[in-house]
Design a protein around this ligand. Structure first.
Ligand code: ZN
Length: 106
C-alpha cells in the first residue's frame, strides 16, 4: 500500500485535508457551544422574568379581588345590614352606624 512515493504523497495530502477539516469542525463545535450557552442563559433570564410577571399578576389579581369584596360588603352595609363579624347580616337600626362594620370597610 505504501510502496510508491506517489502513494505517500497522496496519503500526506489526505491527512492535511483531514487536519483542515478537523480544525473547521472544532471551530464549528466552539461556535455551537457558545450559542448553546447564550441560549441557556437567555432561557434562564426569560424563565425568571416569567416567574416575576406571574407573581405580579397574582398580586394584582388578589388585590382586585380584595377590592371587589370590600365593594360588595359596602353595598350590603349601605342597604342597611351589618357586615361586621359580630352582627353579620343583622339589620342596622335606623341611622345606626356600626364601628365594627366601618372597620371592616376601611
Ligand atoms: Zn356591624
Amino acid at each position: 500500500m505504501f510502496e510508491s512515493t506517489q502513494n505517500r504523497e497522496e496519503i500526506l495530502e489526505s491527512l492535511n485535508r483531514l487536519e483542515i477539516d478537523l480544525a473547521d469542525t472544532y471551530a464549528i463545535i466552539g461556535t455551537m457551544k457558545d450559542f448553546l450557552n447564550d441560549t441557556l442563559t437567555e432561557n434562564t433570564q426569560f424563565r425568571l422574568e416569567n416567574e416575576r410577571l406571574r407573581d405580579r399578576i397574582e398580586e394584582l389579581e388578589s388585590s382586585t379581588n380584595a377590592r371587589k369584596s370590600v365593594d360588595s360588603l359596602q353595598k350590603i352595609y349601605d342597604e342597611g345590614f351589618h357586615v361586621c363579624r359580630t352582627y353579620y347580616g343583622k339589620v342596622l337600626e335606623n341611622g345606626e352606624n356600626c364601628l365594627l362594620c366601618q372597620e371592616v370597610l376601611s
